[in-house]
Write a protein that binds this ligand. Structure first.
Ligand code: GLN
Length: 309
């Protein structure tokens, strides 16, 4: 991680952090997973990684946080790389317009979730990756370690246990889909894998680097190809339309980048062919997206003019 190259993005990040510091109202940390509720809503970190691996950062950009739903991007990539388009027979690619943990569409859409970035869709992806690998969360952890260059990344088993203890809604989603034949593994096995996946602790720097394969059109840090050009483009498109749940339209309007949020307060974003970003602040809005995180990405694309539009 070089910090001594010309600091193109550094002054912009510092300006954004100052603005965020002065902004009142940061939302509230997720409290449905008790282990997340204790985080300080005033924490803020942001990192930008360039294609060559240079990372700029500000604030708490090296502080590990709970990646949560950000991991849905990586499990989708890992599964798509293995199984290809057959996956799309089991999960759709349309925005849901509903909260991330909603059950309502699943029954009248025959157990096929709208997209891979709501919980129901991510459970299908993890189930399929579990069938192929025996342990989707470990496959994911190895990928994140390799792409970030940080072997210290790990699960937070306290967070995973906390989710298991409060996991009725995810269990309901999985059982309902299993009743339609859209889940292969026993639900408790799937949930254990999914909650460990969500619990991975990583910093803004780690996640910006791990997302780089999407800015590099499918090519990993070691130069090998994970996804085809089309697949990388497809994942970026789904991030834009579905990555922030029922706020995806507003996120596209304000930020103008493919992005994916998690209830730990992190958001990753991609500028294809140019750079990746990760921002973290634990206070969430009512849709489960980081308040300061969305504001910071909004300021980044406004100040730099960098966007996909
Ligand atoms: N682990 C969380 C859940 O399944 C992830 C949700 C999120 O980050 N939006 O409820």
């Amino acid at each position: 991680m070089a910090a001594s190259t010309p600091l193109t993005f550094q002054p912009i990040l510092e300006r954004i952090a100052e603005e965020i510091e002065r902004t009142p109202g940061r939302g509230r940390p997720a409290d449905y997973i008790p282990a997340l509720a204790a985080r300080d809503p005033r924490s803020f970190g942001m990192a930008v990684a360039e294609l060559d691996g240079t990372v700029y950062g500000v604030g708490d950009w090296r502080e590990p946080f709970s990646a949560q739903s950000i991991t849905k991007v990586f499990t989708l990539a890992l599964d798509l790389a293995r199984e290809g388009d057959e996956l799309w027979e089991h999960v759709g690619r349309e925005p849901s317009g509903n909260p991330f943990n909603s059950l309502v569409q699943l029954e009248y859409e025959n157990g096929i979730p709208r997209n891979p970035f709501i919980n129901a869709g991510a459970l299908v992806v993890t189930d399929r990756l579990h069938t192929r690998t025996g342990d989707a969360a470990s496959e994911l952890l190895a990928f994140l370690r390799a792409e970030s260059g940080n072997d210290g990344l790990d699960f937070d088993l306290e967070v995973a246990a906390s989710e298991t203890a409060h996991g009725d809604r995810n269990a309901a989603l999985a059982h309902l889909m299993a009743s339609y034949g859209n889940i292969d593994n026993p639900v408790p096995v799937l949930l254990d894998d999914y909650f460990r996946q969500c619990s991975i602790m990583a910093s803004c720097a780690d996640l910006a680097l791990a997302t780089m394969f999407l800015a590099r059109h499918g090519v990993r840090a070691d130069g090998t190809r994970l996804l085809s050009l089309s697949q990388a483009k497809q994942i970026n498109a789904i991030m834009l339309t579905c990555g922030t749940y029922d706020a995806a339209g507003d996120f596209a309007y304000r930020v103008g980048l493919p992005g994916k949020s998690g209830v730990g307060g992190g958001i990753i974003a991609v500028v294809p062919g140019r750079c990746t970003l990760c921002v973290w602040s634990p206070g969430l809005d009512e849709r489960g997206n980081s308040v300061a995180g969305v504001a910071a990405l909004d300021r980044f694309t406004t100040l730099t003019g960098v966007s996909v539009f």
